[in-house]
Design a protein around this ligand. Structure first.
Ligand code: ADP
Ligand code: MG
Length: 697
C-alpha cells in the first residue's frame, strides 16, 4: 500500500517545506510576495535560493531550470547545473537569489509574432512566486513568466496573472458594496478535466501520421466503434489501471491533486480530473499532467494521444474547464447562498458571467480555436461552435421572474417576492445537466466545455477572467454611484437579464434547429479557426484587454499572428504527411494488390479456359480506378500546396489552408479510406482503426 499523504507533494518546495527551512523573517517576506505581490529584497532572495538549493540537492537534484510557457503550446526549460568551480579541481553546489529571480534563456527561436523584431532581441524569465518550485528528472523547476526586455509578454503565464489581477480588483469593488470588508483578494479557481487516448506503442510507431501530427489522416471506421456505449465508465483494463496508478503517483509527488480517472466514451479513451486550484497553479499543473501522461504512457509501452480528434468518426477529446470565483477567505462567489442578501450577491455575479459570455462570445470562441479543435467545434461533434450558457431550469425561472417583475414560486410552490433584500433561496443544482451546452452552470461553478484537449488552459481563462472583470467594473461603476443600493441593484439585475437572455439556452446544442435559432438571436457561429481568430482584433475585444491591463495592442497583434501561423503550419504538416504516406506506401500497396489480382486472372485463364475471371477483373477494375483517382487527387494536393509559396500574409495563408488544402486532403482521404476496405491486411501498410483502437488489451 502506498502512503499517499507521504508521497503527496514530496517533490514540491511547498509552504510546509518553506516554513520548516526558512528563517521566520524570510518566510514572512516571501508570503508578502506570494499573497500581496510585494517585491522580495535581494538579500532575502539569496537566503531563499540557498534553502531551495539545499532542499533540492538533498532530494537528488543536480540542476535547476526556469520553466516557462512560450507560445508554442508546450513548456520550455533549459537546465543549468548547480556546480561552481572550487580550488583543487573541486566543485561546490551554488544557487543565488539572482539566479532564482531572473533568467535569460536564448529566446530567439520561440514564436514572438514579430515582437522581437520590433523591440529587443532577447527575452528574460522572471520567477512566479505564486506557483511552487518542484523537482522533476533530478532538476529543480522554477515556474517563471517569459517577457521581452521591453516588457511585452512572450508567454501564456504573464497575461494569465494579469487577468487574475484584473478580476480580483473589480470583484473586490463589488464585494465592498455588499459590505464585505475582510476579503483582500478574489481568485479564480479551475479544475480542468483532461481527456486522452491510449494506444499500444508498437501500433503507434507504425503510423507516421500519429507521430508527426498527433492524429490519423486516414482510416476507415472499424465495425465496432462507440455505438455500444460500453466503454464509458466501463471496467478499466489492467494495463491501463497500472498506468493510472503510476501516473497518479507521479502527479501526487508534484503536488497535483489527481482525483478521478475513468474510461470515456470512445474505445481507448480515458479522462483524468484533478481537484480544482487557483487558475495559475491549475494551468501549470495541467501542463505537467499532459507531459506526464505522455512519459508515463511510454514507460508502460503505450502512446498517449492528446489531440482533439485522433480518429475521424470516433468521439474526440476535450478539456472541461471548471471555473469559479472565490475570495481569499474561501467563499465561492458562484455558490447560491443561504440568505437573501447572499443570493443577491450571487445573482449579480451570475448575471455578470452571463453578460460577459454574451458580449464577448467571439473572444471565448477565439480562445479555444485551433486546427485540432476545428474537428470538434462546429464539426459533427459537440460542443457546438456557437457560444451559449446553460443555467438550468430553476435558475432560468428565477431570472425570468426577475425580468418580468413577477413573484417567483419555487418547486414547493412557496411564494417569494423578488427584490434585492428578499431574493429567493436558490436550491443547488437540482436540474439535469445539459451535456450539449458549451458553457454550463453546474451548481457552484461554470464548466466551459469547448477547450481542446491539447491546448493550454491559460488561453480560455485569460479571456474568462478579463471579460468578467470588465463586466464587474461596469457594475461597480453603476452601484458605487447609486443613492439607494438595493434599488439600484434590483434594477441592474433586471436590466441585465433582459439585455442578455439571448445567450441562455437550455435545449439541445447539437441540433440543426439551434443553429437557426442562434442565428435569429444574433449569436455568432464561427466554425473555423481563421474566422474565430479574426475576433481577437475586433475593436471591442481589443479594448477589453487593453483597458483591463491584460494585453497591449502590440501583444494582441503579435499573438494573433502566432495563432494564425500555428494554424496553417499545423495543416501544412498534415498535408505533407498525408501526401508522403499516400504516395509511397499506400500507392505501393494498391499496386501490389492490383498485381495480385492481375496474376490471379492470368493464372486462372491459363489453368482453364472455361473458368470465370469476372469477379477478379471487376475488382481489378475498381482498384485501377481508385489508383488513378488517388494519383489525380495527390497531384491536385501537391499543386495546391505549391501555391502557398506565393502567399506571405498569415490571414491569407490560414484561409487558404482552411478552404483549399483541407478540402484537397479530404478528397485524398476519401480514396484511401475506400482502398482500405478492399486491400487485404497483409498488404495494407498501416494499422487500421480497429487495430489501433483495440491495441491496448
Ligand atoms: P463532474 O463535473 O464530472 O460532475 P465535479 O462536479 O465533481 O465533477 O467536478 C468536476 C471538476 O470541477 C473537478 O476538477 C473539480 O475539482 C472542479 N471543481 C469543483 N468545484 C470547483 C470550483 N469551485 N472551482 C473550480 N473548479 C471546481
Ligand atoms: Mg464534467
Amino acid at each position: 500500500m502506498k502512503n499517499v499523504p507521504e508521497i503527496f507533494g514530496s517533490k514540491v518546495f511547498n509552504d510546509e517545506v518553506m516554513r520548516e527551512r526558512l528563517p521566520k523573517d524570510v518566510y514572512r517576506a516571501l508570503h508578502k510576495t506570494i499573497d500581496e505581490g510585494e517585491h522580495l529584497q535581494m538579500d532575502l532572495a539569496n537566503v531563499l535560493a540557498e534553502a531551495m538549493k539545499n532542499w533540492a540537492t538533498e532530494n537528488g537534484a543536480t540542476h535547476f531550470t526556469h520553466w516557462f510557457q512560450p507560445m508554442t503550446g508546450v513548456t520550455a526549460e533549459k537546465h543549468d547545473s548547480f556546480i561552481s568551480p572550487e580550488p583543487g579541481g573541486k566543485v561546490m553546489m551554488e544557487f543565488s537569489g539572482k539566479e532564482l529571480v531572473k533568467g535569460e534563456p536564448d529566446a530567439s527561436s520561440f514564436p514572438s509574432g514579430g515582437l522581437r523584431a520590433t523591440f529587443e532581441a532577447r527575452g528574460y524569465t522572471a520567477w512566479d512566486p505564486t506557483s511552487y518550485a518542484f523537482i522533476k528528472d533530478e532538476c529543480l523547476f522554477i515556474p517563471t513568466a517569459f517577457c521581452s526586455y521591453s516588457g511585452e509578454a512572450l508567454d501564456k503565464k504573464t497575461p494569465l496573472l494579469r487577468s487574475m489581477q484584473a478580476l480580483s480588483e473589480q470583484a473586490i469593488r463589488v464585494l465592498r458594496l455588499f459590505g464585505n470588508k475582510d476579503a483582500k483578494r478574489v481568485i479564480t479557481t479551475v479544475g480542468p478535466e483532461q481527456e486522452y487516448f491510449l494506444v499500444d506503442m508498437e501500433v503507434y510507431k507504425k503510423r507516421p501520421d500519429l507521430i508527426y501530427t498527433g492524429r490519423t489522416l486516414f482510416g476507415s471506421r472499424p465495425p465496432r466503434g462507440q455505438e455500444l456505449d460500453d466503454h464509458y465508465f466501463g471496467r478499466i483494463k489492467p494495463r491501463v489501471k497500472e498506468f493510472m496508478a503510476d501516473l497518479d503517483e507521479e502527479l501526487w509527488k508534484l503536488g497535483i491533486y489527481a482525483k478521478t480517472e475513468h474510461n470515456e466514451v470512445a474505445p481507448a479513451q480515458h479522462e483524468l480530473a484533478p481537484v480544482f486550484s487557483t487558475t495559475n497553479i491549475a494551468t501549470d499543473h495541467n501542463q505537467l499532467t499532459m507531459e506526464l501522461l505522455k512519459t508515463v504512457a511510454n514507460r508502460h509501452g503505450m502512446a498517449c494521444l492528446l489531440h482533439e480528434k485522433p480518429f475521424a468518426g470516433v468521439n474526440g477529446s476535450g478539456k472541461h474547464n471548471n471555473w469559479s470565483i472565490s475570495t481569499d477567505t474561501g467563499v465561492n462567489l458562484l455558490e447560491p447562498g443561504a440568505t437573501p442578501s447572499q443570493n443577491a450577491q450571487f445573482l449579480l455575479f451570475l448575471v455578470a458571467v452571463i453578460k460577459a459570455v454574451d458580449e464577448y462570445q467571439g473572444l471565448l470562441r477565439m480562445s479555444v480555436a485551433s486546427a485540432g479543435n476545428d474537428h470538434r467545434l462546429g464539426a459533427n461533434e459537440a460542443p457546438p461552435a456557437i457560444m451559449s450558457v446553460f443555467i438550468g431550469e430553476e435558475l432560468e425561472d428565477v431570472l425570468k421572474s426577475i425580468e418580468e417583475g413577477t413573484d417567483y414560486h419555487d418547486k414547493e410552490k412557496k411564494l417569494m417576492s423578488i427584490g434585492a433584500t428578499v431574493l429567493p433561496h436558490i436550491p443547488k443544482d437540482k436540474t439535469d445537466r445539459n451535456r450539449t451546452s458549451p458553457f454550463a452552470f453546474t451548481g457552484n461553478k461554470f464548466e466551459f466545455r469547448s477547450v481542446g484537449s491539447e491546448d493550454s488552459i491559460a488561453g480560455c481563462n485569460i479571456v474568462l477572467n478579463t471579460i468578467v472583470a470588465e463586466v464587474l467594473s461596469e457594475y461597480a461603476d453603476i452601484l458605487e454611484k447609486a443613492d439607494n443600493f438595493d434599488d439600484a441593484l434590483s434594477k441592474l439585475i433586471k436590466d441585465e437579464v433582459t439585455a442578455h437572455k439571448r445567450i441562455l439556452f437550455n435545449g439541445n446544442g447539437y441540433g440543426e434547429e439551434w443553429v437557426e435559432e442562434a442565428a435569429r438571436r444574433g449569436l455568432l457561429n464561427l466554425r473555423s479557426t481563421p474566422e474565430a481568430l479574426a475576433q481577437f482584433t475586433e475593436k471591442k475585444n481589443m479594448e477589453v484587454f487593453i483597458k483591463n491591463g491584460v494585453y497591449t495592442e502590440t501583444e494582441i497583434l503579435a499573438r494573433q499572428e502566432i495563432l494564425y501561423e500555428n494554424y496553417y503550419k499545423t495543416i501544412n504538416i498534415e498535408a505533407q504527411t498525408l501526401s508522403m504516406m499516400a504516395r509511397r506506401n499506400i500507392m505501393g500497396a494498391a499496386l501490389q494488390f492490383e498485381k495480385r489480382l492481375a496474376d490471379t486472372v492470368i493464372a486462372k485463364k491459363s489453368a482453364s479456359s472455361s473458368v470465370s475471371t469476372e469477379t477478379e477483373e471487376k475488382q481489378l477494375e475498381r482498384m485501377s480506378n481508385l489508383v488513378s483517382e488517388l494519383s489525380k487527387r495527390l497531384e491536385k494536393l501537391s499543386s495546391d500546396m505549391a501555391k502557398e509559396d506565393d502567399m506571405d500574409d498569415v490571414v491569407e495563408l490560414a484561409k487558404y489552408h482552411r478552404e483549399t488544402i483541407e478540402a484537397s486532403m479530404h478528397s485524398v482521404r476519401e480514396v484511401v479510406d475506400e482502398m482500405e476496405t478492399i486491400v487485404p491486411l497483409d498488404i495494407w501498410p498501416y494499422p487500421t482503426y480497429g487495430q489501433i483502437l483495440y491495441s491496448v488489451r
